[in-house]
Write a protein that binds this ligand. Structure first.
Ligand code: GDP
Ligand code: ZN
Length: 363
């Protein structure tokens, strides 16, 4: 009997969500500006030299950057001057970059300059000391999580929400594998419900989908139509399956080791894939950890919009909202005005920002 009620609840939620998603999709469609429209969006070559060409970086390998210039691909190296640039960024070029390059031969070129970026998704590199750009000039960060396998981890979602906000991307939260709800444990179902009630009020689209049954895929597709989106999230949540389902691609799915073991795609780097209907998508295979680059402890609360306003009423101006007396955030939590999942996430990310190594593995 209980099981039946939950099913009902789930379907009612599904219908409600569909209406919400449609509304969101329509509102997103109205946005006039796309980051993929860079050349027409006012980014001009800084060096207006005739011999330079304008292109978009689609992928990066050990050999260089693959740059698309009006449908032709050039494998480009970096001009010496660029390489010498001292920077806190590990990679000087990222997928999605709009670059100026010299054509050296039929298929080779040299990048002279990188256009200013309108958005970026980055993380802390493996050393913990540098920023690693994952993709740039992207409109939407599809924050992918799954139910049951791998289990839903709210703090991962917050990690990406903060990175998206810092990098000027619109987040869309996608909960994949909702088909597994049917056989999920009570605990897993409860976590899913708690997650929805904590994250839906934040105002970002939250879609429950399944590539196995097709549920929610149309709504996701309409949100991503004609945009550039980067699919991020833990390995195994179904990013490649989602990209295949949304865009008719044929990316390998399944175990990461199998995906990368054989064939041409021995690399696990991000790649910008042009979509038939316009726009691009980026898969991010092989990212095993995601530490937010340059997150100061005082900054963490400012990204938790549902909690930040309470923080203004704390007794101490430098309150970190952990165990200080007269903390308005803790009081709001106790009064049920802040979702416990969000507060737990806040604690996790605050601890991480204080430990300073920025290396966060999700195992
Ligand atoms: P990625 O590592 O995030 O790219 O994940 P994949 O797309 O490779 O998928 C990982 C595994 O999850 C594969 O075995 C898929 O078949 C499975 N999977 C993907 N989507 C779903 C879904 O909606 N439901 C279920 N039950 N399994 C799925
Ligand atoms: Zn406080």
């Amino acid at each position: 009997m209980k099981h039946y009620d939950e099913e009902e609840d789930f379907h009612a939620r599904d219908r409600k969500q569909f209406r919400k998603e449609r509304k969101l999709a329509q509102s997103t469609d109205r946005s006039k500006f796309k980051k993929t429209d860079l050349p027409s969006a006012g980014i001009k070559p800084i060096l207006a030299q005739d011999h330079l060409h304008f292109g978009r970086v689609l992928s990066i390998s050990g050999e260089g950057s693959w740059v698309d210039c009006e449908g032709k691909l050039y494998l480009c190296s970096l001009k010496g001057l660029l390489k010498k640039e001292k920077s806190l960024t590990k990679n000087l070029i990222a997928v999605g970059d709009i670059v100026h390059f010299e054509i050296l031969s039929e298929k080779a070129g040299a990048i002279v300059q990188v256009s200013p970026r309108l958005s970026h998704l980055s993380r802390t590199d493996i050393s913990g000391r540098k920023e690693q750009l994952i993709a740039v000039n992207v409109d939407i960060a599809v924050i992918s999580v799954s139910l049951v396998e791998p289990p839903l981890k709210p703090s991962l979602v917050d990690r990406y929400l903060i990175a998206a906000e810092k990098g000027n991307l619109h987040p869309v939260i996608v909960i994949n594998k909702v088909d597994l709800l049917e056989t999920a444990s009570e605990e897993e179902k409860e976590l899913y419900r708690d997650f929805l009630s904590a994250y839906e009020p934040l105002g970002y689209p939250v879609l429950s989908v399944s590539t196995a049954t097709g549920v929610g895929i149309e709504s996701l597709k309409s949100l991503l139509q004609n945009k550039t989106s980067v699919f991020s999230g833990q390995s195994g949540v179904g990013k490649s399956s989602l990209l295949n389902a949304c865009f008719g691609l044929t990316l390998k799915t399944g175990e990461l080791t199998q995906k990368t073991a054989k064939g041409a795609h021995t690399t696990t780097m991000a790649e910008l894939i042009a979509l038939p209907g316009g726009g691009y998508c980026v898969d991010t295979p092989g990212i095993r950890s995601f530490g937010i680059w340059s997150l100061k402890k005082e900054e963490v609360i400012t990204h938790f919009h549902d909690m930040a306003a309470f923080g203004e009423n704390c007794k101490f101006p430098d309150c970190m909202h952990i165990s200080e007396p007269s903390c308005a955030v803790i009081q709001a939590l106790e009064e049920g005005k802040i979702a416990p999942l969000r507060y737990e996430s806040y604690q996790t990310l605050l601890n991480e920002s204080m430990s300073g190594d920025g290396k966060t593995s999700w195992g």
